[in-house]
Design a protein around this ligand. Structure first.
Ligand code: HEC
Length: 296
């Protein structure tokens, strides 16, 4: 029984008609695949040609604008200044940060309803900046490195800052002075900090208390890497959950570490030699308060 069946099979494979049909199907499959690859590549090259910036209000996307639209709607500027990330003079082409915010949010970004702007990078890096800082002149969102064909790599970080990079041309507009310098910027989120980061916010304290002052330092300099109760940056440890830092390190060691982490560890955390004893006490007051008012 098995013998004859096998035989007929063999014969049918040799059938020239069937072979031709199989060949045709194979060719068709290859052509369709090539077409799909082509379409995908086209899409890709469109994206690299026109990178886009997303605008969000309270984490909801309100606009998605590509570079072409930005260039058509906002004046471009060529700027040259000492870029602290490269530690040398650089020239760029870009837009004033206020013009970009205006295009994305209209007048709303100046409304007292909002307190901060969250800049998010392609790799998830987040920096938070008070709206008041962004109203100052000197900030540019640049999209072209005029010294290089593509982008020059920032050597210590091994990144290229494009497609969008927020820079500040003023001498004192540094990250140490809490100006945001995100590179590979992908979205701009306008928020009311208390609402969006409520687990970080010390509710129920007055604005001139030491807890509040500590919170302001934390928000300006630390929240991009540290979270409180799960909300905030993910580069460093959460400082309130599951255990608050004040429950397992003594005050002296916490302050020592914050001022000078590089003395103790090879770490990504920067040194903060400019934080005064009072600043450090305010940070501790904030950590203690957050621990005492923790829900669980
Ligand atoms: C660039 C990211 C980054 C920033 C900004 C940053 N930290 Fe850190 N921090 C870290 C990392 C990473 C660690 C983990 C320690 C290590 O690397 O060994 C850490 C650890 C800590 C610790 C715990 C040390 C311990 O005992 O284990 C404290 C407290 C701390 N940071 C406080 C702060 C405060 C306060 C600020 C703001 C003034 C701040 N950090 C800013 C990244 C950061």
């Amino acid at each position: 029984m098995a013998g004859p069946t096998k035989n007929t099979n063999k014969v049918s494979f040799r059938d020239p008609d069937k072979a031709a049909r199989s060949l045709l199907i194979l060719i068709a499959v290859i052509m369709v695949s090539l077409l799909i690859i082509n379409i995908l590549q086209d899409k890709d090259s469109n994206i690299t040609q026109y990178p886009s910036l997303k605008f969000l209000i309270s984490r909801v996307i309100v606009k998605d604008v590509n570079l072409k639209d930005l260039e058509e709607n906002i004046e471009t500027h060529e700027i040259k200044f000492h870029d602290p990330m490269y530690k040398k003079e650089k020239s760029y082409k870009g837009f004033k940060v206020q013009d970009v915010l205006e295009l994305g949010f209209g007048d709303e970004w100046k409304s007292s309803e909002f307190t901060d702007v969250v800049f998010e990078a392609l790799d998830g890096y987040v920096s938070v900046s008070p709206v008041s800082k962004l109203k100052q002149s000197g900030g540019y969102i640049v999209f072209s490195d005029l010294d290089f064909e593509e982008w020059e790599q920032i050597s210590i970080k091994e990144v290229t800052p494009g497609p969008f990079y927020l820079v500040w041309t003023g001498k004192d507009q540094t990250t140490a002075n809490k100006y945001p310098w995100p590179w590979q910027l992908s979205s701009i989120n306008l928020i009311k900090f208390e609402d969006q980061y409520s687990p970080v916010f010390p509710s129920g304290v007055s604005k001139n208390s030491s807890v509040y002052k500590g919170y302001e330092i934390f928000k300006g300099r630390c929240v991009r890497c540290h979270s409180m109760n799960g909300e905030g940056g993910k580069v460093g440890p959460d400082l309130n959950a599951p255990q608050s830092i004040v429950t397992y390190r003594n005050a002296y060691m916490i302050k020592e570490f914050i001022k000078n982490p590089s003395k103790y560890r090879y770490t990504q955390m920067p040194d903060y030699p400019d934080l005064s004893e009072r600043d450090l006490d305010n940070l501790l007051a904030y950590f203690r308060y957050m621990n005492e008012t923790k829900e669980n």
